[in-house]
Ligand binder design. Structure first.
Ligand SMILES: [Zn+2]
Length: 135
């Protein structure tokens, strides 16, 4: 089961949000139970994956401001989806609420590939306040 795998690989808190990503709408926040889940893609035209544009996604809850990003680095951007240009990170930051609490995956079995993909990921520095709870 995905659920088990996610928990094992990323830890409970991250896994809960990751499962939301694959839920059909309306997607409900696993923490505050409101349907204010939002998702944004950052497309990277410099790194195509086959015929697909690759990119990173961010998913957060507008109510409790918990946020996760793609755990494994670049993945294909959905064709029907809109995205922000890689070079326009500022637009992405403006589209995200202030004071987001990033939930980082717990990397128990740290592999080289995972380390690498993690370090490539941009963190919205100065925008995301890590460890700040708004409860
Ligand atoms: Zn929430």
């Amino acid at each position: 089961m995905w659920e088990e795998r996610f928990r094992r690989e990323y830890g409970e808190e991250y896994a809960q949000f990751l499962l939301v990503k694959f839920q059909p709408p309306p997607r409900v926040c696993p923490v505050c139970r409101t349907d204010t889940i939002r998702e944004i893609w950052l497309g990277d035209a410099a790194r195509m994956l086959g015929k697909s544009l690759s990119g990173l996604w961010y998913l957060w809850c507008d109510s409790c401001l918990r946020c996760i990003r793609a755990p494994q680095g670049h993945c294909p951007v959905p064709n029907e989806g809109s995205y922000y240009q890689w070079s326009d990170g500022q637009a992405l930051l403006h589209a995200m609420p202030r004071g987001l609490h990033m939930i980082e995956p717990v990397l128990n079995a740290t592999t080289e590939t995972r380390k690498t993909s993690q370090s490539r990921m941009p963190t919205p520095v100065g925008h995301v306040v890590k460890g700040t709870s708004t409860d």
